[in-house]
Write a protein that binds this ligand. Structure first.
Ligand SMILES: Cc1ncc(COP(=O)(O)O)c(C=O)c1O
Length: 395
């Protein structure tokens, strides 16, 4: 009945878990929700003020599909300041969140039968979008042994004559892992002679906790500029998930293709959002630093509280705002897998977590620490109580 392109494409598991949490909350249950893929902080005041001013100035009409040049210039200026790369206005296009940035890239680059390499555990939208446009995702696993670091060798080995693109997500959702600049250089060296595109999802680029060499844009601009797509977002860094503002930075010919796609589908992102994002990107950045500092403290605490249980193993994530504990030692008895663990935890303790199966990582749970310290403390206590109630696997 439906178009063939939907065959094999799954609905968003993370959104499903969030919807279940909302249902319980509305029913009056005292839920501790660790499923949120979004900051719990409000959008900074100066950003909200810019949006209000835009409404009062009647900045409420269509803009050009790619977005207002002031904002595209401000994004280019930010990438110059942060990464030392030169980006022209016609290489930036504004999208409805980082999600549409990635979708535009998939639509413009991937034909049916093309392979697109990415790493797991992954944010499910990445492979699902590839499937939606008829491509084949090729998944290269990363290992908990080194904190799920994204290495070059597995990705390079996965290249075939059908490879059209490689998608790297760093910092990674759900693991918080980063790719090192040198690993990206090695991937570029293998991709370049074959004309393979490298798409980097930088949605969490401003959420890195300890100093790390992570100038991925510079590596790509120096060595692979004509086959690079950078996908960014205002959602996480500026607590603007609902505003829907992301962007692509790509060669002007590809940006022009994105413009065609968007011009025939969604057109511009909301005009008011554009003015808000302009204030976010070009205004004071103290709110970003304050949120980062708070996330760091939360990460350290929830990590300590959960790993007090020897059955819960967990590397400390380097970026994003998720903990990704391994609970396999607690499975095999009264709960068989991490999906059953998450379901039992929800039923008995009303704690919402996303099971690792959603990210191609059975045996794990994703815990978002984009929530208050009190909720983290309470949730950790409930998780420990649930873990202790489990019957061990029979020897
Ligand atoms: C890895 C990753 N990329 C991109 C996005 C897109 O977010 P948005 O569309 O709100 O910018 C998300 C959101 O959860 C994400 O986790």
């Amino acid at each position: 009945m439906f178009a063939q392109r939907l065959a094999g494409v799954s609905a968003s598991a993370t959104l499903k878990v969030a919807a279940e949490a909302e249902r319980l909350r509305r029913a009056g249950v005292n839920v501790v929700d660790f499923s949120a893929g979004e900051p719990d902080f409000p959008t900074p005041d100066h950003v909200k003020a810019a949006a209000k001013a835009a409404i009062d100035a009647n900045f409420t009409r269509y803009t050009v599909a790619a977005g207002i040049p002031e904002l595209r210039d401000a994004i280019a200026a930010r990438y110059k300041r942060d990464y030392g790369i030169e980006v022209a206005t016609n290489e930036v296009l504004l999208t409805n969140g980082g999600k549409q940035a990635l979708l535009n890239a998939a639509l413009a680059l991937v034909d049916p039968g093309d392979e697109v390499i990415t790493h797991s555990p992954y944010w499910p939208t990445i492979p699902e979008q590839v499937k939606l446009v008829g491509g084949t995702p090729v998944i290269v696993p990363t290992s908990p042994k080194d904190g799920f670091t994204i290495h070059a060798d597995g990705i390079v080995k996965a290249i075939t004559p059908k490879t059209k693109a490689i998608i790297i997500n760093s910092p990674c959702n759900p693991t918080g892992a980063l790719i090192e600049e040198d690993a990206l250089r090695q991937i570029v060296a293998a991709a370049k002679p074959k004309g393979i595109w490298i798409i980097v999802d930088l949605c969490y680029e401003q959420l890195i906790y300890e100093k790390a060499a992570h100038n991925l844009p510079k590596v790509l601009f120096d060595e692979h500029r004509d086959r690079t797509v950078l996908c960014g977002s205002a959602s996480k860094a500026y607590a603007m998930t609902g505003w829907r503002c992301g962007w692509t930075i790509a060669p002007k010919e590809l940006t022009s293709a994105f413009n065609t796609i968007q011009g025939q589908s969604t057109s511009n992102i909301a005009s008011i959002t554009q003015k808000a994002a302009l204030a976010a990107v070009s205004g004071p950045q103290d709110a970003v630093t304050a949120m980062l500092n708070e996330y760091r403290e939360r990460r350290d605490n929830i990590h300590k509280w959960l790993t007090a249980n020897p059955g819960i193993k967990c590397v400390k994530p380097k970026g994003a705002f998720y903990l990704f504990p391994d609970v396999t030692d607690l499975l095999g008895g009264s709960v068989k897998n991490s999906t059953e663990f998450a379901a039992g935890l929800l039923e008995k303790e009303h704690v919402v977590v996303t099971p690792g199966e959603a990210f191609d990582a059975p045996g794990y749970l994703r815990i978002s620490y984009a929530t208050s310290m009190e909720q983290l403390r309470e949730g950790a206590t409930r998780i420990q109580r649930f873990a202790e109630s489990l019957q061990p696997a029979r020897a």
